[in-house]
Design a protein around this ligand. Sequence first.
Ligand code: SF4
Length: 273
Amino acid sequence: MCHSLEEVKRLFERFDGSVALVINHSGGKDSTRMLGFVRERLPEATTLAVMADTGFEHQRPISATDFARDRCAEFGVPLTVVRNSRRNYLEMVEQRGMFPSAQYRQCTSDLKRGPIEKYIRTLPYRLIFNCMGIRSEESPPRAKLHPLSLNSSLTTQTRIVYNWFPIFEESLADVLTWHWDHCIPLHPVYVPKFHKDGTTGGYLRRLSCRLCIFSTDSDLLAIRQHDPEAFLSVSALEQKIGFTMRSTGSLIQIVDEANSVIEAQSTQVCLPF
Ligand code: SF4
């Protein structure tokens, strides 16, 4: 059960009409599940979707943008794609001479949050719910967040904006089961076990930038194999700016070390006693 939903409904009644839900859509599983959730629970609400294109989104076999647009269309919701007009992800890294980090996520603030907030400021509603597909299960810091909170930087004398996480209490299994039960497709880049038949699919557990600062070692191995263009772009950028995405070494070093570990483990398994 979503406890914040009751509070959202109360706020809807107070503002009587001039209210909109803005779905932050990435093309990913949580965004689509969130869209389905609000259309089911608040079917009368004005619902809009917005996607921030960082310029480093997945393009094959279908772009994340087109995939998001198709999912939104299935729920009768228009999608607006926004971008930072001055630079994309790779340009931002090159201009700064360094990669973003977990502490300084300039990619999120410049390429996602900023363009989305600019879009929200153009909307003519007195009450807006800025909806994000964040789930508490994803990490301990996320679990500490509150699913409904005032967005003070977007709130003015004539407009109140709340950040709302409609599927905050849902698990990964809930999200996948909903997709399977409703025959809602997942982007093909997701690993096969996320897909209903388990036989098709790609190589990642998250739909993010093609190579994200939060990519794990195994993600990096998979990206080098399945999306070598993205891997080489970031790797070449590391060499060009003399700064690595990870403090522990270059992407190539990390992937080579991970491969060595895998090879050593497979040798141990094969060794006769
Ligand atoms: S997906 Fe990763 S690299 Fe891209 S903007 Fe978000 S945190 Fe930054």
